[in-house]
Design a protein around this ligand. Structure first.
Ligand SMILES: CC(C)(COP(=O)(O)OP(=O)(O)OC[C@H]1O[C@@H](n2cnc3c(N)ncnc32)[C@H](O)[C@@H]1OP(=O)(O)O)[C@@H](O)C(=O)NCCC(=O)NCCS
Length: 325
């Protein structure tokens, strides 16, 4: 029988420095967004979080992605529930994030935070409050000896792919087909629920650089486009997905995502569904051939690479870095 590993506390003093830096980075991001982020435990506050999620995911009033009672017990038992309050507008709740402790045995083991829902109301758009709340979550987790946060997101949503991979420096570790089954909310209904599983190595150099504002963006987009190393095209608004498996399956590949999938779902749901199946087909085929999703470009391409030697090197480097801490 397998046992659940107990998290290894991060050794001091470099760990203390990392935690202090993570808090400072989170506070700087919150200041820049003009928001205050705080943990919530009281039923009335948690009810307000449930309402914010209801609005973001266009649910019927009274329906909820996260019932208040569930959030109450999660908060009581030390899980992560935080509200994002608008400093410019009377401390109004404009977003929230929730996560629970999770464990796995493979591939790297350990207890970590699974961030279940993070959402900002449209009125917070453009202020980067989402970045601030993820940095708050990172500092919270590191303070508790956790080194990893996982979450899932819809791989068709460009903004989220860019946010997760380029702004936060998280890794895509699995493609989960129709993960939640048929979802009834106003954003996902009838569109399948494929998700990418993200894993954020909180004490990695990449996460630290991301928290300081460095982008993790692929630099070879132009050269791959000129060499036609494209697995799926259709990057411009309104285009049909066009699968075009390259003859050379050894080198790096680009895979397109649709422009503004949320608009397509409202205005052209059949095209949106085509994109779901096309992206699923392209990504699962490449992953099946040993590729990994290693980046996302600002213009909407996933970068896929197959470089086992480099993986091994990076894994060893990370192990050595962790040993030193
Ligand atoms: C995902 C979410 C939390 C991110 O928060 P946010 O405050 O928008 O995040 P940020 O502004 O810090 O970062 C988003 C980045 O994506 C960029 N972006 C937006 N649309 C984009 C697009 N179509 N293509 C590429 N990048 C895009 C933004 O410009 C920004 O980058 P920038 O800093 O260079 O301007 C927020 O957008 C949200 O709540 N979305 C709805 C709910 C949701 O999808 N939640 C996640 C799944 S649980």
């Amino acid at each position: 029988m397998s046992t659940v590993p107990i998290p290894t506390p991060i050794p001091t003093p470099s760990a203390r420095a990392l935690i202090a830096e993570a808090h400072a980075q989170a506070e700087a991001a919150a200041r820049a967004a003009a928001v205050t982020i705080r943990e919530l435990t009281e039923p009335s506050d948690l009810g307000a979080v449930a309402e914010v999620f209801t609005r973001i995911w266009a649910l019927e009033p009274g329906q909820s992605l996260m019932p208040t009672g569930l959030m109450r017990v999660m908060a009581y038992e030390g899980c992560y529930i935080a509200g994002v309050f608008d400093d410019k507008n009377g401390d109004r709740l404009v977003g929230a994030a929730t996560g629970f402790l999770a464990s796995d045995v493979e591939p790297c083991g350990g207890i970590h935070l699974h961030s279940h829902i993070t959402g900002m109301l449209p009125e917070a758009d453009g202020r980067h409050a989402g970045f601030a709340v993820k940095l708050h979550q990172r500092a919270w987790a590191l303070s508790r000896g956790l080194r990893r946060i996982t979450w899932t997101f819809d791989p068709l949503v460009r903004a989220n792919a860019y946010f997760n991979m380029a702004k936060l420096g998280a890794d895509a570790t699995a493609y989960l087909v129709d993960f939640y089954g048929d979802m009834p909310d106003g954003v996902n209904a009838g569109q399948g629920s494929d998700r990418l599983l993200m894993s954020w190595a909180l004490d990695s150099a990449r996460a630290d650089a991301a928290a300081n504002g460095t982008r993790n963006e692929p630099e070879n987009e132009e050269s791959l486009l000129s060499a036609n190393q494209v697995l799926l095209s259709g990057i411009a608004p309104g285009m049909m997905p066009d699968p075009a498996p390259p003859s050379d399956f050894g080198g790096p590949l680009l895979c397109a995502t649709p422009a503004a999938i949320q608009d397509l779902r409202r205005e052209a749901p059949e095209l949106a569904r085509r994109w779901r199946f096309a992206l699923r087909g392209a990504l699962t085929e490449a992953l099946g051939r040993g590729y990994r999703i290693t980046g996302f470009t600002r213009s909407g391409w996933y970068l896929l690479e197959q470089d086992l030697d480099q993986d091994l090197d990076q894994g060893l480097e990370r192990d050595e870095e962790n040993e030193r801490r």
